[in-house]
Design a protein around this ligand. Structure first.
Ligand SMILES: [Fe+2]
Length: 429
């Protein structure tokens, strides 16, 4: 026994050998490696009571039409903004069989699921790491590494290939599911803000409670490779893990732990709210934060010239959307197409009605061009969304007036060089 206690260089739980592949314990438990990058990337090892590939001969089968909306055909977005109505439960309706694709590019897809039935199987995604945002609901994510309790407003990161199952609590469930096909999500950090804005790695919750199952029976695991779903059946419970070690792990991250960057004298751009970067996508959280004190506090009109923008509206007032959007909806703004505040929101800004708080939580995922929209999403698209900026063509405040140019020129004399109140001032008290 050592005189002192120590951390090891890798997280570990339960019964593990002194090092991977080392020692006599491996003659008694079965080591399994979960390795990214051709075994040169992130790795974890699990130690099992029974061989992990003890599937029953003759029971493996490809499943046709297993999750019919998950591969909903993709269509070009063109030059139209979409607001997708709140998704309704699909049949058959467990977390994965009811999954429906919304938007995708070559490396990332956004999906929605509104499960109503329990999972009677375990699941492994062999093509993607998933970032799951729980818009509504909760329960327990059971994984090979131990259970993770989750609730409304949590992100769950489920690495590619990891066996898991959702045990949903009673009540409505509504998740947005981002599949990353080309790499795991990386925590977003910038040299200017360091590693603790907008969140810290200490906000992540990795499983630490092993719930080892020494059970016999028929245990079905469905795996997904591209659009192919395959079922295999094992005679022992897949969570027969007595210990694990490594840093390739599922985890939870609560949206309330996002502590956003704010600025008193300028508008903080959407990219400053990035929490994860994925190959071909960045994922941002707009959350409750102080409104900028001076300058532009409303989103400027903009064109995102290399990314298609999606926002899932989780909670709040959605100030810039002027009452068009409700919780649970998703907007899709194609690459390059200008957008910005709805007329009511711009009117409030022009009238100087500055609130003190942005009361909102929205999850933005922007997809590198080219991105496409699914037929399923087009079925949810509200035909009137493009008209929600219509007051710009009818409200006299925004429409053509012969004297407008002269008015702006006259105003510019007094306003264009106006100074900030918060600037350094020798005459300040
Ligand atoms: Fe935008």
């Amino acid at each position: 026994m050592d005189k002192f206690e120590y951390f090891t260089g890798l997280p570990e739980v339960g019964i593990v050998p002194r090092a991977p592949h080392v020692g006599p314990l491996l003659q008694h438990v079965h080591e399994q490696e979960h390795g990214r990058g051709g075994f040169a990337g992130r790795v974890s090892h699990t130690y099992h009571l029974y061989p992990p590939n003890n599937w029953l001969p003759g029971e493996t089968a490809v499943l046709a039409d297993w999750a019919p909306h998950w591969e909903s055909p993709l269509r070009p977005l063109g030059g139209v903004h979409h607001a997708l109505g709140v998704a309704r439960p699909a049949a058959p309706g467990d977390v994965y069989r009811g999954m429906a694709r919304l938007v995708a590019n070559a490396t990332v897809a956004m999906n929605v699921t509104v499960p109503t039935a329990p999972m009677d199987h375990f699941f492994e995604h062999h093509s993607a790491t998933m970032v799951i945002f729980v818009h509504e609901g909760g329960g327990t994510l059971e994984t090979l590494f131990g259970p993770i309790a989750y609730g409304r407003g949590d992100f769950l990161i489920v690495p590619k290939g990891i066996t898991h199952r959702f045990e949903c609590a009673a009540g409505p469930q509504h998740y947005w599911v981002y599949e990353s096909f080309a790499g795991d999500p990386e925590k977003s950090e910038a040299p200017t803000t360091g590693q603790f804005v907008t969140h810290s790695r200490s906000d992540y919750r990795f499983p630490r409670t092993l719930d080892t199952r020494n059970e016999a029976g028929r245990f079905e695991i469905v795996s997904k490779v591209g659009s192919v779903y395959t079922r295999r059946v094992h005679p022992t419970h897949p969570f027969d893990v007595v210990g694990w070690r490594g840093d390739y792990l599922p985890y939870r991250f609560a949206v309330e732990d996002v502590r956003p960057l704010t600025a008193d004298r300028s508008h903080v751009p959407p990219s400053a709210h990035t929490v994860f970067t994925l190959p071909g996508c960045y994922l941002c959280v707009f959350t409750v934060r102080a409104v900028e004190k001076e300058g532009m506090w409303l989103p400027f009109f903009h064109r995102n010239l290399d990314y298609c923008e999606t926002i899932g509206y989780h909670w709040g007032d959605f100030f810039s959307r002027g009452g068009v959007i409700q919780e649970g909806m998703v907007t899709v703004h194609p690459v390059g197409l200008p957008h910005g505040p709805q007329p009511a929101a711009l009117g409030a800004f022009m009238d100087g009605h500055r609130p003190t708080l942005h009361r909102e939580v929205g999850i933005m995922a922007d997809f590198a061009n080219p991105a496409q929209i699914s037929e399923y999403a087009l079925g949810l698209s509200r035909p009137d969304y493009m008209k929600s900026w219509g007051a710009y063509t009818t409200d006299p405040r925004f429409t053509h007036r012969a004297e407008r140019l002269a008015e702006v020129r006259a105003l510019a004399d007094g306003l264009a060089d106006a100074r900030d109140e918060l600037r350094p001032r020798s005459d300040a008290p």
